[in-house]
Design a protein around this ligand. Sequence first.
Ligand code: SAJ
Length: 439
Amino acid sequence: MTVKESLIERLEKKEARIAVLGLGYVGLPLAVVFSEAGFEVIGVDPDGRKVDALNQGASYIQDISSEQLAKSVQSGHLKATTDFSTIRDVDAVSICVPTPLRKTGDPDMSFILTATEELAKYIHPGMVIVLESTTYPGTTREVMLPALTAGSNLEVGEDFFLAFSPERVDPGREDWTTVNTPKVIGGITEACSQVASTWYSQALQTVHSVSSAETAEMSKLLENTFRMINIGLVNELSIMCDRLGVDVWEVIDAAATKPFGFMKFTPGPGLGGHCIPIDPLYLSWKMKTVNYTARFIELASEINTNMPRLVVSRVQDAMNERGKALNGCKCLILGVAYKPEIDDLRESPALDVIGLLKQKGAEVTYHDPYVPQVKTQDGEQMFSVPDLMEAVRAADCVIIITDHKKYDYQAILSAAAFIFDSRNALGYLGKQSPKVVRL
Ligand code: SAJ
Protein backbone atom coordinates (compact mmCIF):
# COMPACT_ATOMS: atom_id res chain seq x y z
CA MET A 1 0.00 0.00 0.00
CA THR A 2 1.42 3.40 -0.97
CA VAL A 3 1.68 6.32 1.44
CA LYS A 4 -1.26 7.92 -0.39
CA GLU A 5 -3.44 4.82 -0.21
CA SER A 6 -2.69 4.34 3.47
CA LEU A 7 -3.49 7.97 4.31
CA ILE A 8 -6.73 7.89 2.29
CA GLU A 9 -7.77 4.75 4.14
CA ARG A 10 -7.07 6.40 7.52
CA LEU A 11 -9.03 9.49 6.46
CA GLU A 12 -11.99 7.45 5.26
CA LYS A 13 -12.00 5.45 8.50
CA LYS A 14 -11.72 8.71 10.52
CA GLU A 15 -8.60 7.25 12.16
CA ALA A 16 -6.42 10.10 10.87
CA ARG A 17 -5.61 12.64 13.59
CA ILE A 18 -6.38 16.25 12.62
CA ALA A 19 -4.83 19.55 13.60
CA VAL A 20 -6.27 23.01 12.89
CA LEU A 21 -3.75 25.85 13.16
CA GLY A 22 -5.45 29.13 14.05
CA LEU A 23 -8.69 29.06 16.07
CA GLY A 24 -10.47 32.16 14.78
CA TYR A 25 -13.77 32.59 12.92
CA VAL A 26 -12.58 30.04 10.31
CA GLY A 27 -10.47 27.60 12.34
CA LEU A 28 -12.76 27.06 15.32
CA PRO A 29 -15.87 26.12 13.29
CA LEU A 30 -13.71 23.89 11.06
CA ALA A 31 -12.21 22.12 14.09
CA VAL A 32 -15.71 21.53 15.49
CA VAL A 33 -16.99 20.24 12.13
CA PHE A 34 -14.10 17.76 11.81
CA SER A 35 -14.63 16.60 15.40
CA GLU A 36 -18.38 16.17 14.83
CA ALA A 37 -17.56 14.05 11.76
CA GLY A 38 -15.74 11.65 14.10
CA PHE A 39 -12.12 12.75 13.80
CA GLU A 40 -9.82 13.34 16.77
CA VAL A 41 -8.95 17.03 16.41
CA ILE A 42 -6.41 19.24 18.10
CA GLY A 43 -6.69 22.99 17.75
CA VAL A 44 -3.42 24.91 17.90
CA ASP A 45 -3.31 28.64 18.58
CA PRO A 46 -0.67 30.89 20.18
CA ASP A 47 -3.41 32.71 22.12
CA GLY A 48 -3.70 30.92 25.44
CA ARG A 49 -7.03 32.59 26.17
CA LYS A 50 -8.60 31.01 23.08
CA VAL A 51 -7.06 27.63 24.00
CA ASP A 52 -8.34 27.79 27.57
CA ALA A 53 -11.81 28.89 26.46
CA LEU A 54 -12.03 26.10 23.90
CA ASN A 55 -10.92 23.45 26.42
CA GLN A 56 -13.57 24.76 28.82
CA GLY A 57 -16.21 24.53 26.10
CA ALA A 58 -16.70 28.32 26.11
CA SER A 59 -17.11 29.57 22.55
CA TYR A 60 -15.79 33.02 21.58
CA ILE A 61 -17.04 32.75 17.98
CA GLN A 62 -20.67 33.72 17.21
CA ASP A 63 -21.14 30.88 14.69
CA ILE A 64 -20.40 28.15 17.28
CA SER A 65 -22.44 27.93 20.48
CA SER A 66 -20.72 26.96 23.73
CA GLU A 67 -23.13 24.03 23.93
CA GLN A 68 -21.98 22.72 20.54
CA LEU A 69 -18.32 23.32 21.39
CA ALA A 70 -18.64 21.69 24.82
CA LYS A 71 -20.15 18.58 23.25
CA SER A 72 -17.09 18.14 21.01
CA VAL A 73 -14.69 18.78 23.87
CA GLN A 74 -16.48 16.47 26.30
CA SER A 75 -16.60 13.70 23.67
CA GLY A 76 -12.80 13.78 23.65
CA HIS A 77 -12.81 14.53 19.91
CA LEU A 78 -11.60 18.12 20.32
CA LYS A 79 -8.98 19.77 22.46
CA ALA A 80 -6.73 22.80 22.07
CA THR A 81 -3.13 23.70 22.84
CA THR A 82 -0.59 26.46 22.34
CA ASP A 83 2.10 23.82 21.80
CA PHE A 84 2.90 23.53 18.09
CA SER A 85 4.93 20.38 18.66
CA THR A 86 1.73 18.39 19.16
CA ILE A 87 1.36 18.36 15.37
CA ARG A 88 4.25 15.88 15.17
CA ASP A 89 1.62 13.18 15.88
CA VAL A 90 -1.08 14.28 13.45
CA ASP A 91 -1.83 13.14 9.91
CA ALA A 92 -3.77 16.15 8.55
CA VAL A 93 -3.34 19.87 9.16
CA SER A 94 -5.59 22.80 8.19
CA ILE A 95 -3.95 26.25 8.35
CA CYS A 96 -6.47 29.01 9.14
CA VAL A 97 -4.34 32.03 10.00
CA PRO A 98 -4.91 35.72 9.19
CA THR A 99 -3.69 37.27 5.95
CA PRO A 100 -4.03 41.03 6.51
CA LEU A 101 -2.39 43.84 4.59
CA ARG A 102 0.63 45.75 5.81
CA LYS A 103 0.37 49.53 6.25
CA THR A 104 2.13 49.73 2.87
CA GLY A 105 -0.79 47.90 1.28
CA ASP A 106 1.36 44.83 0.58
CA PRO A 107 0.29 41.34 1.73
CA ASP A 108 1.32 40.45 5.28
CA MET A 109 2.42 36.81 4.90
CA SER A 110 3.95 36.62 8.38
CA PHE A 111 1.22 34.42 9.86
CA ILE A 112 1.42 31.91 6.98
CA LEU A 113 5.23 31.89 7.16
CA THR A 114 5.27 31.33 10.93
CA ALA A 115 2.78 28.47 10.69
CA THR A 116 4.69 26.90 7.80
CA GLU A 117 8.06 27.16 9.55
CA GLU A 118 6.62 25.46 12.63
CA LEU A 119 4.97 22.80 10.49
CA ALA A 120 8.25 22.12 8.68
CA LYS A 121 9.75 20.97 12.00
CA TYR A 122 7.16 18.20 12.33
CA ILE A 123 6.20 17.25 8.75
CA HIS A 124 6.43 13.50 8.16
CA PRO A 125 5.49 10.93 5.49
CA GLY A 126 1.75 10.40 5.29
CA MET A 127 0.78 13.97 6.20
CA VAL A 128 -1.72 16.14 4.30
CA ILE A 129 -1.63 19.93 4.72
CA VAL A 130 -4.35 22.35 3.55
CA LEU A 131 -3.96 26.14 3.57
CA GLU A 132 -7.33 27.95 4.01
CA SER A 133 -6.14 31.52 4.44
CA THR A 134 -7.00 33.81 1.54
CA THR A 135 -3.81 34.71 -0.32
CA TYR A 136 -2.38 35.49 -3.76
CA PRO A 137 -2.11 32.80 -6.44
CA GLY A 138 1.17 30.91 -6.10
CA THR A 139 1.49 31.13 -2.29
CA THR A 140 0.99 27.40 -1.69
CA ARG A 141 3.49 26.30 -4.34
CA GLU A 142 6.01 29.14 -4.23
CA VAL A 143 6.03 29.99 -0.50
CA MET A 144 4.74 27.02 1.49
CA LEU A 145 6.16 24.11 -0.48
CA PRO A 146 9.85 25.18 -0.39
CA ALA A 147 9.55 26.08 3.30
CA LEU A 148 8.02 22.69 4.11
CA THR A 149 10.57 20.62 2.19
CA ALA A 150 13.72 22.61 3.00
CA GLY A 151 16.31 20.19 4.39
CA SER A 152 14.11 17.14 3.92
CA ASN A 153 13.89 14.59 1.14
CA LEU A 154 10.11 14.38 1.31
CA GLU A 155 8.43 14.39 -2.09
CA VAL A 156 5.16 16.33 -2.39
CA GLY A 157 2.42 14.18 -3.88
CA GLU A 158 4.28 11.04 -2.88
CA ASP A 159 5.36 11.30 0.76
CA PHE A 160 3.13 14.21 1.84
CA PHE A 161 0.26 16.12 0.29
CA LEU A 162 -0.27 19.89 0.05
CA ALA A 163 -3.39 21.76 -1.14
CA PHE A 164 -5.24 25.08 -0.95
CA SER A 165 -8.90 25.37 0.00
CA PRO A 166 -10.29 28.91 0.37
CA GLU A 167 -12.35 29.62 3.48
CA ARG A 168 -15.91 30.69 2.74
CA VAL A 169 -17.08 31.62 6.22
CA ASP A 170 -19.50 34.52 6.45
CA PRO A 171 -19.68 35.25 10.19
CA GLY A 172 -23.22 35.41 11.54
CA ARG A 173 -24.74 33.68 8.53
CA GLU A 174 -27.00 30.78 9.46
CA ASP A 175 -28.16 29.51 6.05
CA TRP A 176 -24.68 28.78 4.69
CA THR A 177 -22.36 27.20 7.26
CA THR A 178 -18.97 25.47 7.27
CA VAL A 179 -20.70 22.10 6.73
CA ASN A 180 -23.02 22.98 3.83
CA THR A 181 -21.07 25.66 1.94
CA PRO A 182 -19.44 24.06 -1.13
CA LYS A 183 -15.67 23.88 -0.68
CA VAL A 184 -13.11 24.33 -3.47
CA ILE A 185 -9.89 22.31 -3.09
CA GLY A 186 -6.81 22.33 -5.35
CA GLY A 187 -3.53 20.50 -4.75
CA ILE A 188 0.09 20.90 -5.75
CA THR A 189 -0.34 17.61 -7.64
CA GLU A 190 -3.32 15.52 -8.69
CA ALA A 191 -2.62 13.18 -5.80
CA CYS A 192 -2.62 16.17 -3.42
CA SER A 193 -6.04 17.27 -4.71
CA GLN A 194 -7.34 13.73 -4.28
CA VAL A 195 -6.08 13.27 -0.71
CA ALA A 196 -7.25 16.71 0.47
CA SER A 197 -10.65 16.28 -1.20
CA THR A 198 -11.07 12.86 0.39
CA TRP A 199 -10.28 14.35 3.80
CA TYR A 200 -12.70 17.27 3.55
CA SER A 201 -15.42 15.09 2.02
CA GLN A 202 -15.58 13.16 5.30
CA ALA A 203 -16.94 16.26 7.05
CA LEU A 204 -18.29 18.73 4.45
CA GLN A 205 -21.33 18.16 2.25
CA THR A 206 -19.86 19.39 -1.05
CA VAL A 207 -16.23 19.41 -2.17
CA HIS A 208 -15.32 20.86 -5.58
CA SER A 209 -11.88 19.55 -6.54
CA VAL A 210 -9.83 21.61 -9.03
CA SER A 211 -6.60 20.78 -10.85
CA SER A 212 -4.16 22.98 -8.92
CA ALA A 213 -3.60 25.10 -5.83
CA GLU A 214 -3.36 28.18 -8.05
CA THR A 215 -6.83 27.52 -9.44
CA ALA A 216 -8.26 27.34 -5.93
CA GLU A 217 -6.33 30.45 -4.81
CA MET A 218 -7.53 32.41 -7.84
CA SER A 219 -11.17 31.28 -7.50
CA LYS A 220 -11.39 32.80 -4.03
CA LEU A 221 -9.94 36.09 -5.25
CA LEU A 222 -12.44 36.12 -8.13
CA GLU A 223 -15.32 35.69 -5.65
CA ASN A 224 -14.36 38.67 -3.53
CA THR A 225 -12.93 40.84 -6.31
CA PHE A 226 -16.23 40.41 -8.16
CA ARG A 227 -17.98 41.74 -5.07
CA MET A 228 -15.58 44.64 -4.44
CA ILE A 229 -15.72 45.85 -8.06
CA ASN A 230 -19.51 45.69 -8.24
CA ILE A 231 -19.80 47.65 -5.01
CA GLY A 232 -17.38 50.16 -6.53
CA LEU A 233 -19.61 50.35 -9.60
CA VAL A 234 -22.75 51.24 -7.62
CA ASN A 235 -20.78 53.66 -5.46
CA GLU A 236 -19.71 55.47 -8.64
CA LEU A 237 -23.31 55.20 -9.89
CA SER A 238 -24.41 57.07 -6.75
CA ILE A 239 -22.01 59.88 -7.67
CA MET A 240 -23.27 59.95 -11.25
CA CYS A 241 -26.93 59.95 -10.16
CA ASP A 242 -26.30 62.77 -7.69
CA ARG A 243 -24.80 64.85 -10.52
CA LEU A 244 -27.81 64.08 -12.73
CA GLY A 245 -30.41 64.61 -10.00
CA VAL A 246 -31.56 60.99 -10.30
CA ASP A 247 -32.40 58.76 -7.30
CA VAL A 248 -29.74 56.03 -7.35
CA TRP A 249 -31.77 53.81 -5.00
CA GLU A 250 -34.77 53.91 -7.31
CA VAL A 251 -32.51 53.21 -10.29
CA ILE A 252 -31.00 50.12 -8.61
CA ASP A 253 -34.39 48.81 -7.48
CA ALA A 254 -35.65 49.21 -11.04
CA ALA A 255 -32.65 47.38 -12.52
CA ALA A 256 -33.10 44.65 -9.91
CA THR A 257 -36.52 43.80 -11.34
CA LYS A 258 -34.61 42.14 -14.18
CA PRO A 259 -34.91 38.43 -13.35
CA PHE A 260 -31.70 37.47 -15.18
CA GLY A 261 -28.33 38.99 -16.01
CA PHE A 262 -28.26 41.42 -13.10
CA MET A 263 -27.14 41.15 -9.46
CA LYS A 264 -28.12 43.87 -6.96
CA PHE A 265 -25.47 45.73 -5.02
CA THR A 266 -26.08 48.95 -3.09
CA PRO A 267 -23.96 52.07 -2.52
CA GLY A 268 -22.64 52.89 0.91
CA PRO A 269 -20.18 55.00 2.92
CA GLY A 270 -17.26 52.72 2.02
CA LEU A 271 -16.04 49.15 2.15
CA GLY A 272 -15.49 47.45 5.50
CA GLY A 273 -14.59 43.99 6.68
CA HIS A 274 -11.48 41.84 6.53
CA CYS A 275 -12.30 40.21 3.18
CA ILE A 276 -13.77 42.44 0.51
CA PRO A 277 -11.53 45.50 0.78
CA ILE A 278 -8.40 43.38 1.25
CA ASP A 279 -8.56 40.16 -0.78
CA PRO A 280 -8.55 41.89 -4.21
CA LEU A 281 -5.42 43.82 -3.24
CA TYR A 282 -3.62 40.47 -2.84
CA LEU A 283 -4.39 39.84 -6.50
CA SER A 284 -3.38 43.30 -7.72
CA TRP A 285 -0.17 43.03 -5.71
CA LYS A 286 0.65 39.64 -7.28
CA MET A 287 -0.08 40.96 -10.77
CA LYS A 288 2.44 43.77 -10.27
CA THR A 289 5.12 41.10 -9.76
CA VAL A 290 4.36 39.87 -13.28
CA ASN A 291 4.28 43.41 -14.68
CA TYR A 292 0.52 43.64 -15.04
CA THR A 293 -1.73 46.38 -13.64
CA ALA A 294 -5.11 45.11 -12.41
CA ARG A 295 -6.89 48.30 -13.41
CA PHE A 296 -10.44 47.27 -12.41
CA ILE A 297 -9.27 46.46 -8.88
CA GLU A 298 -7.27 49.66 -8.53
CA LEU A 299 -10.09 51.87 -9.83
CA ALA A 300 -12.80 50.20 -7.71
CA SER A 301 -10.54 50.37 -4.65
CA GLU A 302 -9.97 54.09 -5.29
CA ILE A 303 -13.72 54.75 -5.55
CA ASN A 304 -14.59 52.66 -2.48
CA THR A 305 -11.80 54.19 -0.40
CA ASN A 306 -13.04 57.68 -1.26
CA MET A 307 -16.65 57.07 -0.18
CA PRO A 308 -16.18 58.21 3.46
CA ARG A 309 -14.79 61.53 2.16
CA LEU A 310 -17.75 61.81 -0.23
CA VAL A 311 -20.23 61.21 2.62
CA VAL A 312 -18.65 63.96 4.74
CA SER A 313 -18.64 66.33 1.76
CA ARG A 314 -22.35 65.64 1.11
CA VAL A 315 -23.13 66.21 4.81
CA GLN A 316 -21.20 69.47 4.73
CA ASP A 317 -23.13 70.65 1.64
CA ALA A 318 -26.45 69.71 3.25
CA MET A 319 -25.63 71.54 6.50
CA ASN A 320 -24.47 74.58 4.53
CA GLU A 321 -27.81 74.64 2.74
CA ARG A 322 -29.40 74.74 6.20
CA GLY A 323 -27.17 77.59 7.29
CA LYS A 324 -25.03 75.49 9.55
CA ALA A 325 -21.27 75.04 9.29
CA LEU A 326 -19.84 71.60 9.91
CA ASN A 327 -17.45 73.23 12.36
CA GLY A 328 -19.21 72.95 15.72
CA CYS A 329 -21.99 70.85 14.23
CA LYS A 330 -23.33 68.10 16.53
CA CYS A 331 -23.12 64.95 14.40
CA LEU A 332 -24.53 61.62 15.65
CA ILE A 333 -23.32 58.54 13.76
CA LEU A 334 -25.77 55.61 13.74
CA GLY A 335 -24.06 52.22 13.27
CA VAL A 336 -20.25 51.86 13.30
CA ALA A 337 -19.85 48.09 12.67
CA TYR A 338 -18.78 47.34 9.08
CA LYS A 339 -22.11 45.76 8.25
CA PRO A 340 -25.50 45.29 9.94
CA GLU A 341 -26.21 42.93 12.85
CA ILE A 342 -22.54 42.34 13.75
CA ASP A 343 -20.03 43.91 16.14
CA ASP A 344 -16.98 43.77 13.83
CA LEU A 345 -15.20 47.09 13.29
CA ARG A 346 -12.44 45.89 10.94
CA GLU A 347 -11.90 48.41 8.11
CA SER A 348 -15.25 49.97 9.02
CA PRO A 349 -15.85 53.15 6.97
CA ALA A 350 -17.53 54.64 10.06
CA LEU A 351 -14.06 55.15 11.53
CA ASP A 352 -13.03 57.15 8.47
CA VAL A 353 -16.22 59.24 8.56
CA ILE A 354 -15.72 60.00 12.26
CA GLY A 355 -12.09 61.01 11.64
CA LEU A 356 -12.99 63.31 8.73
CA LEU A 357 -15.86 64.96 10.64
CA LYS A 358 -13.57 65.62 13.60
CA GLN A 359 -10.96 67.11 11.27
CA LYS A 360 -13.62 69.60 10.15
CA GLY A 361 -14.43 70.57 13.73
CA ALA A 362 -17.69 68.67 14.12
CA GLU A 363 -18.72 67.43 17.58
CA VAL A 364 -19.10 63.71 16.87
CA THR A 365 -20.95 61.10 18.91
CA TYR A 366 -22.10 57.64 17.89
CA HIS A 367 -24.58 54.91 18.70
CA ASP A 368 -24.31 51.23 17.79
CA PRO A 369 -26.29 48.51 19.63
CA TYR A 370 -23.51 45.99 18.93
CA VAL A 371 -20.44 48.14 19.56
CA PRO A 372 -20.25 49.65 23.09
CA GLN A 373 -16.95 51.45 22.50
CA VAL A 374 -14.66 52.49 19.66
CA LYS A 375 -11.06 53.68 19.50
CA THR A 376 -11.00 56.37 16.83
CA GLN A 377 -8.21 56.85 14.32
CA ASP A 378 -6.78 59.70 16.43
CA GLY A 379 -6.74 57.44 19.48
CA GLU A 380 -9.82 58.78 21.28
CA GLN A 381 -11.94 56.25 23.18
CA MET A 382 -15.58 56.87 22.23
CA PHE A 383 -18.58 55.18 23.81
CA SER A 384 -21.97 54.47 22.29
CA VAL A 385 -24.38 57.10 23.61
CA PRO A 386 -26.55 55.57 26.37
CA ASP A 387 -29.84 57.20 25.32
CA LEU A 388 -30.33 56.94 21.56
CA MET A 389 -33.43 59.11 21.19
CA GLU A 390 -32.06 61.82 23.46
CA ALA A 391 -28.93 61.89 21.28
CA VAL A 392 -31.03 62.02 18.11
CA ARG A 393 -32.98 64.98 19.44
CA ALA A 394 -29.79 66.78 20.51
CA ALA A 395 -27.98 66.32 17.18
CA ASP A 396 -27.86 68.88 14.38
CA CYS A 397 -27.23 66.02 11.98
CA VAL A 398 -27.84 62.27 12.28
CA ILE A 399 -25.68 60.24 9.87
CA ILE A 400 -26.78 56.65 9.20
CA ILE A 401 -23.62 54.67 8.40
CA THR A 402 -24.69 51.09 9.23
CA ASP A 403 -28.35 50.21 8.93
CA HIS A 404 -28.85 47.82 11.84
CA LYS A 405 -32.36 46.37 11.82
CA LYS A 406 -32.74 47.11 15.54
CA TYR A 407 -33.26 50.82 14.90
CA ASP A 408 -36.80 52.29 14.88
CA TYR A 409 -36.23 54.43 11.81
CA GLN A 410 -39.71 55.97 11.95
CA ALA A 411 -39.05 57.25 15.48
CA ILE A 412 -35.58 58.47 14.53
CA LEU A 413 -37.00 60.35 11.54
CA SER A 414 -39.65 62.02 13.73
CA ALA A 415 -37.13 63.10 16.38
CA ALA A 416 -34.22 64.17 14.18
CA ALA A 417 -33.58 67.70 12.90
CA PHE A 418 -31.72 66.36 9.85
CA ILE A 419 -30.59 62.94 8.63
CA PHE A 420 -27.95 61.96 6.08
CA ASP A 421 -28.85 58.40 5.11
CA SER A 422 -25.89 56.61 3.45
CA ARG A 423 -27.69 53.23 3.34
CA ASN A 424 -31.25 54.11 2.31
CA ALA A 425 -32.21 52.76 5.73
CA LEU A 426 -35.24 55.07 5.76
CA GLY A 427 -36.36 53.86 2.32
CA TYR A 428 -39.51 55.61 1.07
CA LEU A 429 -39.73 57.67 4.30
CA GLY A 430 -36.39 59.22 3.45
CA LYS A 431 -37.35 59.99 -0.10
CA GLN A 432 -40.43 61.90 1.04
CA SER A 433 -38.98 63.88 3.94
CA PRO A 434 -37.39 67.36 3.48
CA LYS A 435 -35.10 66.69 6.45
CA VAL A 436 -33.46 63.66 4.85
CA VAL A 437 -30.70 63.57 2.26
CA ARG A 438 -29.68 60.16 0.88
CA LEU A 439 -26.38 59.09 -0.65
N1 SAJ B 1 -21.31 46.51 0.91
C1 SAJ B 1 -21.84 47.57 0.18
N2 SAJ B 1 -22.74 47.29 -0.79
C2 SAJ B 1 -23.15 46.01 -1.06
C3 SAJ B 1 -22.60 44.95 -0.30
C4 SAJ B 1 -21.69 45.23 0.68
O1 SAJ B 1 -21.48 48.73 0.40
O2 SAJ B 1 -23.99 45.82 -1.95
C5 SAJ B 1 -20.31 46.80 1.93
C6 SAJ B 1 -20.76 46.38 3.32
O3 SAJ B 1 -21.45 47.42 3.96
C7 SAJ B 1 -19.42 46.10 4.01
C8 SAJ B 1 -18.54 45.60 2.87
O4 SAJ B 1 -19.17 46.03 1.66
O5 SAJ B 1 -18.88 47.26 4.56
C9 SAJ B 1 -18.39 44.08 2.84
O6 SAJ B 1 -19.68 43.57 2.94
P1 SAJ B 1 -20.02 42.02 2.57
O7 SAJ B 1 -21.51 41.90 2.50
O8 SAJ B 1 -19.24 41.60 1.40
O9 SAJ B 1 -19.60 41.24 3.87
P2 SAJ B 1 -18.25 40.54 4.26
O10 SAJ B 1 -17.09 41.44 4.20
O11 SAJ B 1 -18.53 39.87 5.56
O12 SAJ B 1 -18.04 39.48 3.10
C10 SAJ B 1 -18.26 38.13 3.36
C11 SAJ B 1 -17.47 37.42 2.29
N3 SAJ B 1 -17.38 36.03 2.63
C12 SAJ B 1 -16.19 35.41 2.43
O13 SAJ B 1 -15.22 35.96 1.98
C13 SAJ B 1 -16.14 33.99 2.82
C14 SAJ B 1 -18.16 37.57 0.94
O14 SAJ B 1 -17.56 36.69 -0.02
C15 SAJ B 1 -19.62 37.23 1.04
O15 SAJ B 1 -20.23 37.41 -0.24
C16 SAJ B 1 -20.26 38.18 2.03
O16 SAJ B 1 -19.66 37.88 3.31
C17 SAJ B 1 -21.76 37.96 2.11
O17 SAJ B 1 -22.35 37.66 1.05
O18 SAJ B 1 -22.32 38.18 3.18
